[in-house]
Design a protein around this ligand. Structure first.
Ligand code: ZN
Length: 689
């Protein structure tokens, strides 16, 4: 549409809250009918900006390009971000319709921009120009990231190779979609109706949720499958359900949802893509924007971890076998007995309930404790503030940096955030951090834009005038998301694309979040962060000791399981030809890593959506990789004091403030003074000594 023709229409001008362009979104005023008109105006402006940016009128100069293009795309991104956010936290049928109607247009713009060869040429001209070496470090990094992303999406390819590259992308998108549909259909396609007599041991809530006129309908969906496997005394039933679960979407089921051929096809296309881009394997392509250097480094890391965890996994398994034999009468522990026996052993050893623990974690006390840690370690103040919000329970804060001691200057506001703590209808489950604005020295006004973040949780709201109570898992989730939030908000980088969490290597981005979880396991912290909802008493030491003991239950077995998945993923993508016999790779990895070999009919790979339908291809190792980094960073605090302000300052400067303007490995080295080591992770999980 032509934006100038619609200027008199209130939906297309400054009366539209998505177009007012204030420093913060008008969350209280945005309505579904504002979305389409605003996005049309902003897309038209972004289109014009893109055309202007690639024309001769815009010189090959970083500033000039930012002024034209980044200003327009940032405005679009912020408006669309506000719409997506509202869809996540205050969904209505009208808003969802408006979102779905506009999503394809927004996606189309960003896809087109990411493939615009004229823009790529402009970036190359900037990089080759005389001013390139005078750009500051952040800008050099941002430019390098743009060029890298263009190359990885085939910008350097010519003629037939270019056409083929595009075909591969289309086909991979289609095949991945099919893969997940098969998983979904195979999961939905199974049900088993049994009488209550076969469900002895299963919790009452599962019995009532599965009840039908004919009996209890069991499915392979987690809320049913998991409790049955954990609690059903009927061994034959567990075996039947397990067998159905691990043979979904494989050759023994209906042919129309067998993923065998799809997996081979996906792997073959990825390999072809890698070859077109000039790499030996798809694993190499996947690692280009990541912290890990090459597949060999990842495989060495995984094998090292497996070797060190193995004795503990063997011990875990021996204990489980012994318990199953002597207490449960299961002399030959099978795969379908493992969750059942583990749950029984865990209950016998660490008898305490989530319910008992949660009485000590009242929301105000926990938030106060969290804010105090942040203020102590990172030399900031968190101050309640106000802004337009989407629900009355949402809070808004500003983060201030106090003036240096001896100065009477006012504190400086360095960031702001929204906290939306409670579950309610229309709000997506889960917890997440999202950016509202990034720190940016704006090229249009010259002003410094401060970062703004969303912190969203789904705690149960307070009832009967009592404060909300959080489970210990929820407390960790809150700390985790604040870790992401601090990474975004405490950054000192002022270049879009490399400030805060933007552009951070994918296998390092969980460092600051997982780091924060460690505070939730420290006696020094918990003593002051807990108060019983009725008595006000802090967490008893005896209960804390049980928590710590239970924390590392079967950590050896769990580590090996994660390594098994990660090594399988990496080998599959690093070894061309592996697609001809995926099962062979599975078997080899199991023989190498697992202490508990699953039955031969187990086809977990046929539902491994992370790598065949998600973004984790040659990236599943990232979970463990980031855990190593966060545990090793935390160990500096263990050595120097959990609330040591000097260590906090160093962590803030070298990791939180640095964004992606410096490589993650260099950030880590600068903080820790050495290379990362897996020792701390093993020690924290009870696998040392
Ligand atoms: Zn996270």
């Amino acid at each position: 549409m032509n934006p100038s023709a619609a200027l008199n229409d209130p939906l297309h001008n400054a009366a539209n809250p998505l177009l007012t362009g204030g420093p913060l979104p008008a969350f209280d005023a945005i309505r579904p009918e504002h979305v389409g008109p605003a996005i049309d105006v902003l897309l038209a402006a972004a289109d014009q900006a893109l055309e202007a940016a690639v024309s001769d009128a815009t010189p090959a100069d970083f500033d000039a390009l930012s002024r034209v293009l980044s200003v327009a795309t940032e405005r679009l991104g912020c408006a669309w971000g506000a719409v997506s956010h509202l869809k996540g936290v205050a969904d209505t049928a009208d808003l969802r319709a408006a979102y779905n109607e506009n999503l394809p247009k927004v996606t189309e713009f960003y896809t087109r921009q990411g493939a615009d060869e004229r823009l790529y040429a402009k970036y190359k001209a900037i990089a080759a120009g005389p001013a390139a070496t005078t750009l500051n470090a952040a800008r050099q990094k941002a430019l390098a990231h743009w060029l890298r992303d263009f190359v990885l999406s085939g910008a350097e390819l010519q003629g037939e190779a270019k056409t083929r590259y595009a075909q591969i992308q289309d086909e991979l998108a289609r095949l991945s979609q099919q893969f997940s549909e098969h998983v979904l259909d195979a999961t939905d396609g199974f049900s088993l109706v049994v009488g209550a007599d076969r469900l002895a041991g299963v919790p009452a809530d599962v019995l009532s949720s599965t009840k039908t006129d004919e009996g209890h309908k069991l499915t392979l969906h987690m809320p049913v499958y998991l409790p049955v496997m954990q609690y059903a005394d009927d061994r034959a039933l567990r075996r039947q359900l397990y067998t159905a679960y691990v043979t979904r979407a494989c050759e023994t089921g209906p042919a129309e949802r067998d993923n065998t051929g799809l997996m081979a096809h996906i792997l073959r296309l990825r390999q072809e893509e890698a070859k077109l881009l000039g790499y030996a394997s798809y694993a190499e392509v996947s690692l280009v924007p990541k912290m890990a250097r090459d597949p060999a480094e990842v495989m060495h890391f995984l094998r090292d971890l497996a070797g060190r965890a193995r004795p503990y996994a063997e011990r875990d398994l021996a204990e489980l076998r012994e318990y199953a034999r002597s207490e449960l009468g299961l002399a030959d522990l099978q795969a379908w007995d493992v969750p059942y026996a583990s749950e029984k052993l865990k209950e016998a050893r660490y008898a305490f309930s989530d319910h008992e623990l949660k009485q000590y974690f009242t929301e105000p006390k926990v938030l106060d404790g969290l804010f105090r840690i942040i203020e102590t370690l990172f030399e900031v103040r968190i101050v309640p503030d106000s802004a337009p919000v989407w629900h009355p329970s949402v809070r808004f804060y500003r983060i201030e940096r106090p003036a240096p001691v001896g100065s009477d200057a006012a504190p400086q506001v360095i960031a702001q955030f929204y906290l939306d703590p409670y579950a309610r209808p229309g709000k997506r489950p889960g917890a997440w951090m999202d950016d509202v604005r990034s720190r940016w020295q704006r090229p249009d006004s010259g002003a410094l834009q401060i970062p703004v973040a969303h912190l969203v949780c789904n705690f149960s709201a307070p009832v009967d005038g009592k404060p909300a109570l959080l489970t210990h898992d929820e407390v960790q989730t809150l700390f985790h998301e604040f870790g992401h939030g601090l990474h975004h908000m405490l950054t000192q980088v002022a270049e879009l694309g490399v400030s805060g969490i933007s552009g951070v290597e994918w296998d390092a981005v969980e460092l600051p979040s997982q780091f924060m979880e460690n505070f939730c396991w420290e006696w020094e912290v918990l003593q002051h962060m807990t108060a019983h909802v009725d008595s006000g008493a802090p967490l008893p030491r005896a209960l804390f000791d049980k928590m710590i003991a239970a924390k590392n239950f079967q950590s050896g077995l769990m580590t090996l399981r994660q390594v098994e998945f990660a090594l399988f993923d990496m080998r599959l993508h690093a070894e061309p030809g592996s697609e001809t016999d995926v099962q062979k790779v599975v078997d080899e990895v199991r023989r190498e890593v697992a202490v508990l070999i699953p039955p031969a009919f187990n086809r977990f790979q046929h539902t491994f959506s992370h790598i065949f339908a998600g973004g984790y291809a040659a990236g599943y190792y990232s979970y463990k990789w980031a855990e190593v980094l966060s545990a090793d960073a935390w160990s500096a605090f263990e050595e120097e004091g959990v609330l040591n302000a000097a260590t906090g300052r160093r962590y803030r400067r070298e990791i939180l403030e640095a964004g992606s303007a410096r490589d993650a490995i260099d950030n880590f080295r600068a903080f820790r003074g050495r290379e990362p080591s897996i020792d701390a992770l093993l020690r924290h999980q009870g696998m040392a000594g």
